[in-house]
Design a protein. Sequence first.
Lengths: 251, 295, 330
Amino acid sequence: MATETLLSVDRLVKRFGGLTATDNVTLDVRRGEIHAIIGPNGAGKTTLVAQLAGELAPNGGTIAFAGRDVTPLRVDARARLGIARSYQITSVFRGFTALDNVALAVQAQDGHSFRFWRPARGEAALREPARAILERVGLAARVDAKVSALAHGEQRQLEIAMALATRPRLLLLDEPMAGMGKEESERLTRLLAKLKGEETMLLVEHDMDVVFALADRISVLVYGRVIATGTPAEIRADAAVRAAYLGDGDA
Amino acid sequence: MAALLFLEQTLNGLQLGVTLFLMAAGLTLVFGIMNMVNLAHGSLYMVGAFLTATFAQWTGSFVLAVPLAVAGTFVVGLAVETLALRTLYARDHLDQVLATFGLILFFNELVKIVWGPVAIFVDIPAFLAGRVELIPGAPYPVYRLVVLGVGLAVALGLWWLIARTRVGMLIRAGASNREMIGALGVDIKRLYTLVFALGAALAALAGAMAGPLYVVEIGMGDSMLIKTFVVIVIGGIGSIRGAFVAAIIVGVVDTFGRIVPAQLGLPTAIAEMAIYILMAAVLFWKPAGLFAARA
Amino acid sequence: MNADRRTWFVIVLLALLAALPLVAVATGQDYQIGQFRRILIFAIAAVSLDLILGYGGMVCFGHAAFFGIGAYVVAILNWHAGREVPLVGDWMGTNNVLVTWPAAILVSGGIAALIALISLRTTGIYFIMITLAFAQMIYFFFVSLRAYGGDDGLRFDGDTVAFGLIDTQDDMAFYYLVFAVLCAVLYGGRRLVNSRFGMVVQGCRENERRMKALGFPTTRYKLAAFAIAGATAGLAGALFAAHESYISPSIMHWTRSGDLIVMVVLGGMGTLVGPVVGALAFLFLEKTLPDYTEHWMVVFGPILLLLVLFARRGIFGWFGPKDDGGGNGH
């Protein structure tokens, strides 16, 4: 099994005035693994994801993707390199159907879009892969539904679908289970389990069951610092982690 | 002599600058705190000028007319805010643009109905009508110096209000983080109304003092409005300090922009375009303005 | 189904517009044809604005400037040809529409691209104000062009012959030419908004942050949309100049830009056909309200406010499905 490092974060720092939201974070994500980030509220998880995606510029440190320094790159440039992101608060195209949404994601990676004449909704090159992905995430029955008509759980599935549609090399999943009920959560967990090994993921999650079921490795973020990194078993046994997080009966 | 011309134009530029500041201060607060595009701000300038003309006629005193007009426009501002604009805070910018555009049309016509279509000329009060020699051999209109002085005094007063009072603190907080002040339990509605009416009063003061310098006519606020937009864009939305610095810069550039091209033999087209070219240049370098208040 | 209602509306509308001059002639009101033509020309300008406003979500408050630029390009070229005054070198301009109209399109589109290049560095309130300020700059530019009349306007010989066939002085013929252009713009616009490019533009309106996260370099697409819209407005301006034989900078005064926005929203933004309806309604009101009172603006202002508060989807928008995202491609 290749243990090539896909994402390498080195001493990342982000300050907001007097507050240090990201405090010398160093971690890496290996190809094919699911690397989970856990931590109490306010630990700076979303800030970290935002910096990895390119929406927020760090004050210090570097981010390397497949050996290449991507720290100065903007969001869309990183996305074209293969970093895809799903949002904690659903961020899709509400006026379109589910199929339109995913087709647009497919279109993003299908060359330039300076095509002015052919109807995009009629292009099999976009629609077929989109349908396939929607089926993969379990939304085959809802392809033609407008986003506003989808249930919350279905919208979260759409979030994942859009990230997958760009054929990414790395998935940044920011609390994909956010706001989901138990059944929906289990369904999504099964999906992610199916993708395990095929897709490389950095998974930010609150739900401990999900994390321990899916993750190959876990990093624990507390007040912007990584206090431990290891396999689920190692993390469960780590004293510092217990004290700071698990032991306090959180999540 | 060129140096005297330079001095005179600099003073003119500063005087235009403080007039623009009076306009920009209120507008930048409305933009920054209420996140609302208000195209009708120029109309308040116009109303202030017209009211001044009328009150001056009634009372026979220009000096008395100005505060009366400012108070009157303050009330108009209150009315407009509570009756028409409140509903727009939650709306998107396009809605605000359309609605306040409608207000401009409304006010322009209303003024025409009340005052008639003919422009009004307001005389500079006799005791301010002379010239004074700041530098021997260089007489400069007293009235313009007074306008400059009043403008600076108001700027100082505004600074004190914003930096040293509780209301000012709320305004500053609101300009950089709107959601926060709601969370602090402040009566948002009243704060918004106050900010709007304050802006209206400042605009009215600008209009009142501008009357004798330019002519009081329908639509006089519109061109002033766009210059004010340029000031705010350059200064940064929500920032009073930015509004002041930018207003002075724009006032001076606009004033010099009118005479320099002729002196240098360049086409006079550059004159009117000067401040817009300046704005484009600033934006290219700092898209959020020089002193952007928001993070 | 709502799609049928809308389709019928469009068919009826276009048929009506096609029949208009014939009705005018039949009722002895030939002189009205010029008015209708003017409405169609503004309709084209409004449709072009809808592309960036309704579909792209970019509130541009300077669109009349591109209309004006297109008009002035044609007017200036015609003026030189008519007076036989050299424009550049020995070339004395031309009144051949095969040259003047493409020139108008290229110049206005080019300037739109330049303005977008700077303006798109900003968003929200800044963007609105910057487009307004640039439009003012262009307005003042033309006001200061003494050589071409400046504030007084430019009178030129509009005696052009379009494509060697149509005499622009022939009211009916020119009306149908403009009508054909409107239909072409509507059809082309429809293909555009449903194409891959159109999807990107709409996506930018819906959720630009996500578009970037998907990998789209959004700025260049918005810029292209802006340029296309500006070029089309320039075409409308060219048609206007051919029609009028006299133009002045007042056609690109910033309040004209406001009028265009009103037309788009009043008619129904994000629909392409809506702005045509909006132009009709707006210009109709502008013509008839003054008959009731000289001070009709006092009423029109509050009407706008009410429109914004209660009838946001506009006239044509009313015909559509309830939760139309505003541009699902009619």
